[in-house]
Design a protein around this ligand. Structure first.
Ligand code: EPZ
Length: 421
């Protein structure tokens, strides 16, 4: 199995191009199910999860054409007739559950393998199912599958999510676009990826208002049409490379990055003593003289600090001057990177959903492995700053969400390579 080998200690200097957001692209691809016409998505990130979603849509009968460089996909749902998302695909990528709402809305039936728990928590989809039932779907769980059908069209209704769910909001938004009547989604997720989906649905002919707020109003239409949409820049890739610059004491321009969707992350980086400078080309990240200062972090739904940046920030704060408290409020099991950071010399104590990080003067390279995408990349970041060699195993996690990570970092002076076993 491939590994990423890093020899730490090189400050990063240069430019890193930020790609389109994986977590926006996945629901956007699923939204192609809603129309028999073609949906074209530009600024596509070329990562494994995108190819997995492409395979799932092809399995359902859609025509999926990704261009040679992986930047643009055109999906035609004209001959899409299959309504089953099989276990073998869903178990590899939980976001497959995003086909449930669109399949049910367009075809009146869907059979989707029930996603299991994963490395960061139990992650149920009960809120997706309850909301679809409120819209008139009959749902039965059997044989590990969600079997859903509806007589005629789904019905618009008032849905109040008891907690903020990104995927739940996306599934219901897509379903509501083709439902009969008005759907109100209260306590909706406000993540930029949800906003991007809503904008694309509008371009396809959906009637949505309240975009960007926690209450979405959707007036269902009988059919949606094709569209061309450019995917928002990836705020988590942006934040990850911002920390790569900060943790190595470097100076990097994140080309195409936007400040607007990332204020919680950049605000905290500034408080930790990092320069964040916005210009026409993107955002420049430069560490001020001296060590990073300890800061407290609490993950929250958007616009709060994103759970998908928690592990990377922990790597940074493990080298800070002073102590930091990191509280994870979204997922119950998202500290799997802690034991690996400890093996590199970090000083971290976990108490329930909080971790006390006492900054150390140096980390030392070690062989490490992680169980999910963001935990894996936090170990890459720690490796960039550590003394000596770090081997990050299970590279397939990184490949799910970071495009050409070793090339992007090497172009800024990191000593990093992919080693085949
Ligand atoms: C999305 O997952 C992202 N994935 C995750 O990114 C991200 O961490 C998460 O949102 C939170 O921001 C994609 O966009 C593909 P949720 P999602 O529904 O939609 C609970 C990454 O690294 N919940 O907002 O699955 C749930 O267990 C990934 O790129 C229920 O209890 O997250 C969690 O505790 C990892 N019942 C909380 O809500 C439900 O029916 C938030 O989950 C749904 C969710």
């Amino acid at each position: 199995m491939d590994r990423i080998r890093i020899t730490g200690g090189q400050p990063l200097h240069g430019e890193i191009e930020i790609g389109g957001a994986k977590n926006a692209a996945l629901p956007l691809m699923a939204s192609a199910i809603l129309t028999p016409q073609s949906l074209t998505l530009e600024n596509l990130p070329s990562v494994a999860d995108i190819h997995a979603m492409g395979n799932l849509l092809a399995e359902l009968g859609a025509e999926v054409k990704i261009d040679a460089v992986g930047r643009r996909v055109t999906i035609s749902g004209e001959n899409l007739t299959e309504t089953t998302a099989p276990y073998d695909i869903v178990r590899k990528m939980r976001a497959s559950v995003l086909v449930l709402g669109p399949l049910l809305a367009r075809f009146g039936e869907a059979r989707v393998s029930l996603p299991g728990g994963c490395a960061i928590g139990t992650r149920p989809v009960d809120l997706h199912l309850k909301a679809l039932e409120q819209m008139g779907a009959v749902i039965e769980l059997s044989g590990g599958y969600i079997n859903a059908h509806v007589e005629g069209r789904l019905k618009g209704t008032h849905i109040l999510f008891p907690m903020v769910t990104v995927g739940g909001t996306e599934n219901i938004l897509m379903a509501a676009a083709l439902a009969d009547g008005e759907t109100v989604i209260a306590n909706a997720a406000r993540e930029p990826e949800v906003t991007d989906l809503a904008r694309c649905l509008q371009a396809m002919g959906a009637e949505i208002s309240g975009i960007g707020s926690d209450t979405l109003h959707v007036i269902g239409v009988k059919e949606l049409k094709g569209a061309t949409h450019s995917i928002v820049p990836d705020r988590i890739e942006t934040g990850t490379y911002a920390i790569a610059a900060a943790i190595t004491g470097g100076d990097v321009l994140l080309k195409g990055a936007e400040m607007a969707n990332n204020e919680a992350v950049f605000g905290l980086l500034k408080r930790a003593g990092v320069d964040v400078i916005s210009n026409d080309a993107g955002i420049r990240i430069k560490r001020q003289n001296g060590r990073i200062r300890g800061v407290d972090v609490m993950t929250e739904p958007y616009p709060g600090f994103p759970t998908d940046m928690q592990a990377q920030f922990m790597a940074l704060l493990s080298l800070a001057d002073g102590a930091s408290m990191i509280t994870e409020s979204i997922f119950e099991n998202r500290f799997m990177h802690v034991p690996e950071l400890l093996r590199m010399g970090a000083n971290i104590n976990v108490h329930g959903s909080s971790a006390i990080v006492r900054g150390v003067g140096r980390l030392s390279g070690a062989p490490v492995m992680a169980t999910d995408l963001r935990a894996s990349v936090s170990l890459v970041l720690a490796g960039l700053a550590a003394e000596g060699v770090t081997d990050v195993n299970r590279v397939y996690h990184l490949d799910r969400g970071y495009e050409r990570i070793e090339q992007k970092l090497a172009a800024c002076g990191a000593i990093i390579e992919r080693v085949s076993a």
